[in-house]
Design a protein around this ligand. Structure first.
Ligand code: FNR
Length: 330
């Protein structure tokens, strides 16, 4: 891969403290297994918003898949579908959502709320018409993160021929994705008038925001710091998760992403209160290495690792994973 693009995928904001912190936080946690639980074969099936998935490991929304592989987002969708899970399509996808939907599914669609309500509504309608089953509203990006690798590399726009295909308006013109620092909770109420899809907020870290989200009728939360690409210095997601899960008290699904690289990381996230997890860079790395097949295999590998870890920890189903199974290393 072009090293400038590799830096775009791997990098984070600022000094990359949060990027490293997401991984380091898992290193400080240990599993306290149970024994003689007679789990037999494990059952990893997971239901989210009425849809059954083979695994609680989903594909996080990430931008510009055509920079990683000529199959682009369609290859990722094919791999996710073969692994029996959801792909969240990024608003910054380099292929049209209709093309991605033909390659795989189930899909959810990620949205950065745009300042132009008419255009935002048209993007949501388009995702809905393509068959996306939930809307993931990214709320950790009122402004762009300062990604110093990209600034150093001068990576400010896509190479010729590539565009954010889902940013086309009725005239066929491709709009830039705007970050909107004027968005407040009323924006979520407005989105509710535009779509009947379940609405998840992605990028919640504070338990007070989790409570507000429930009060505003949000259908799900993703505890996320954008893989360390927005606010450098933000808390590691696996450290933020317990307080968010407690605030939500099982009223809506809570998902988490950031630094999940092993089945044991998934186990810890589920034990700390997540209903499911998402992975970003592991999927991008697989896509770059081998397209749809490699994406499928990477997701299956993570799922097999989770299954194995659950057997060793005495859990038959994700629901058997409870906070007492995780300790902070001394
Ligand atoms: C992202 N992420 C992201 N999130 C989002 O809501 N919309 C987007 O377009 C993107 N784009 C994007 C590009 C790249 C290259 C990366 C690495 C990440 C964030 C992503 O959804 C997720 O929060 C993190 O990737 C999770 O962390 P890990 O699994 O990469 O450690």
């Amino acid at each position: 891969m072009n090293p400038v693009h590799a830096d775009f995928f791997a990098g984070g904001a600022g000094a990359e403290r949060t990027l490293r912190g997401n991984l380091a936080a898992f290193d400080r946690l240990r599993i306290v297994p149970r024994v003689l639980r007679a789990t037999g074969d494990r059952d990893l099936r997971t239901t989210l918003f009425g849809a059954g998935l083979a695994t609680p490991i989903l594909v996080a929304p990430t931008a510009f898949h055509l920079l990683a592989h000529p199959g682009g987002e369609a290859a990722t969708a094919q791999g996710a579908a073969a692994a029996g899970t959801v792909m969240v399509v990024s608003m910054a996808a380099t292929q049209p959502v209709e093309v991605i939907a033909r390659a795989g599914g189930p899909l959810w669609f990620q949205l950065y709320p745009q300042p132009d309500p008419g255009f935002t509504a048209s993007v949501v309608k388009r995702a809905e018409a393509a068959g996306c089953r939930a809307l993931v509203v990214t709320v950790d990006s009122p402004v762009f993160g300062r990604r110093e690798r990209d600034l150093r590399n001068g990576f400010t726009e896509l190479p010729a021929g590539l565009v954010c295909e889902n940013m086309r308006d009725d005239t066929g013109r491709v709009r830039d994705i705007a970050m909107d620092a004027t968005a407040g909770w009323d924006r979520i109420g407005w989105l509710r008038t535009v779509t009947g899809l379940p609405i998840l907020l992605k990028g919640v870290l504070h338990p007070a925001d989790a409570r507000l989200a429930v009060e505003h009728g949000v259908d799900g939360l993703i505890v996320s710091n954008h893989g360390g690409r927005q606010l450098d210095g933000a808390i590691a997601t696996i450290d933020a998760l317990p307080a968010v899960a407690e605030a939500v008290a099982k009223r809506i699904p809570v998902l988490v992403d950031g630094g999940i690289r092993r089945g044991t990381d998934v186990l810890i996230a589920l034990a700390r209160g997540a209903d499911a997890v998402l992975v970003g860079r592991p999927v991008l790395d697989a896509l770059a290495a081998g397209g749809a097949t490699a994406v499928r295999d990477r997701l299956r590998e993570l799922t097999a690792e989770l299954d194995h870890a659950m057997a060793l920890a005495g859990a038959r189903r994700p629901d058997d994973l409870t906070p007492d199974l995780v300790a902070v290393a001394g």
